[in-house]
Design a protein around this ligand. Structure first.
Ligand code: GRF
Length: 201
């Protein structure tokens, strides 16, 4: 399966997918073919360039309207003919055009156990709430934020003395493994979405 990955930061989830493909070869089932971002100068794009992959950047500020940005992003992703689009630390909410084109084959990874702690500060909010266990979620993206059908989750224990950075790092260890597993299974086995259920044969 052809995969386009969208990033906004360090791109360690992207790197995990690149490493899985490199280590397992075609047997993994998924191949990252391009990487997109909403900003320049991030490690995620450098990781893509080091892997010899095409990249594209669409900054919201460069467009007259958010729908114009959404359409430009949609067209750049579509140009790579993806079977699956993976939002891995991509910090923008995609719009109607994007969802019309890629809905049903667009997944996101979130560093909390949805539906708890959605949004851009899930790790911080879980920590502040005093949870003993948090985790990460890989889910299909729908028109709501961090609310689409859940594919897989992994638990992560909160340690005494954790701060947002140490907890997020521990979550990202679990998150990278979860994302690599999910992308491989979706690519190899196919899937069906029935309401809120994701069925992978
Ligand atoms: C991940 O934890 C993702 O869930 C969150 O931001 C982090 C991105 O990490 N939205 P990276 O850019 O993949 O290293």
């Amino acid at each position: 399966a052809r995969v386009v990955v969208l990033v906004s930061g360090s791109g360690t989830n992207l790197q995990a997918l690149l490493d899985a493909s490199a280590e397992r070869g075609p047997a993994y089932g998924a191949e990252v073919v391009a990487v997109g971002a909403d900003r320049t100068g991030i490690e995620g794009l450098r990781r893509a360039e080091r892997a010899g992959l095409p990249t594209f950047v669409h900054r919201v500020a460069d467009y007259d309207s958010r729908p114009d940005w959404d359409l430009a992003l949609t067209e750049s992703v579509a140009a790579h003919q993806p079977d699956l689009v993976v939002s891995a630390g991509f910090m923008k909410i995609v719009g109607a055009d994007f969802l019309a084109r890629f809905g049903g084959r667009l997944i996101n990874t979130h560093p909390a156990l949805l539906p708890s702690f959605p949004g851009a500060h899930g790790v911080r909010e879980a920590l502040a709430h005093g949870v003993k266990v948090t985790g990460c979620t890989v889910h299909f993206v729908d028109e709501d934020v961090d609310a689409g059908p859940i594919i897989a989750q992994a638990p992560v224990v909160v340690h005494e003395g954790d701060d947002e950075a140490t907890l997020h790092e521990r979550i990202k260890d679990a998150e990278r493994a979860l994302l690599v597993d999910v992308v491989g299974r979706l690519a190899r086995d196919g899937y069906r979405i029935e309401g809120r259920k994701v069925l992978i044969p």
